[in-house]
Design a protein around this ligand. Sequence first.
Ligand SMILES: N[C@@H](CCC(=O)N[C@@H](CS)C(=O)NCC(=O)O)C(=O)O
Length: 229
Amino acid sequence: MTSNIANFDAVSLPVMKVYDFPTGPYPTRVRIALAEKGLQSRVEFVIVDLYKGEHKRPEFIAGKNYSGTLPVLELDDGTCIAECTAITEYLDALDGVPTLTGSTPREKGIVHMMSKRAELELLDAISVYFHHGTPGLGPTVETYQNPEWGFRQRDKALRGMRYFDAVLQGQPYVAGETFSMADITVIGGLIFAMLVELPVPEEYEALHAWYGRMLQRESVRNQPVFANP
Ligand SMILES: N[C@@H](CCC(=O)N[C@@H](CS)C(=O)NCC(=O)O)C(=O)O
């Protein structure tokens, strides 16, 4: 996955805003993408307190993200882009250095398939477990909880870990031979697993080894969630 755009100058980019909760697994995905691409200095981070329910306030829903979730990228013209995948695509399209979402049609297809799979089978499942099977963000925010659904999703996430272990037995990165958005999504899943104290079973050695390598990347190891989970 090499870029064909070599003369990108990040300093010439207008400053963007990211509505953020620094230790949140999903915002961390965007923080990692920004770090990989060397774009952190072009972003003003605006903290939205999830535990106070600031992401559910009418002005945030109406003005920033209808879904009431973080992160949200706001461009200098006021356009708001939510959803980690969409934000990563936007950042990648600015320059393509390094490419996180694939260069060729085949690479793009595989990166998106594996990233979506990481959401469905791991990250989103753990998120449901967090919101339904644990106290989640607390009683002010969690106005409806269905523990049975939460525990089913926890078990789904464990099956997801087994799947990604099998994938990583055969290739160095989640989408193949190169680090990509799909790796970042699985990293988000394992961060969420850490936060909800759902350990990766020891026998998933390939997943453990891959995660060890991911934690050595500067873009990953410097994330606030590891300093202050
Ligand atoms: N599909 C969204 C999910 C975002 C998400 O769930 N973010 C978490 C932050 S870690 C959130 O805002 N949770 C608050 C809630 O669901 O009330 C994405 O990819 O950005």
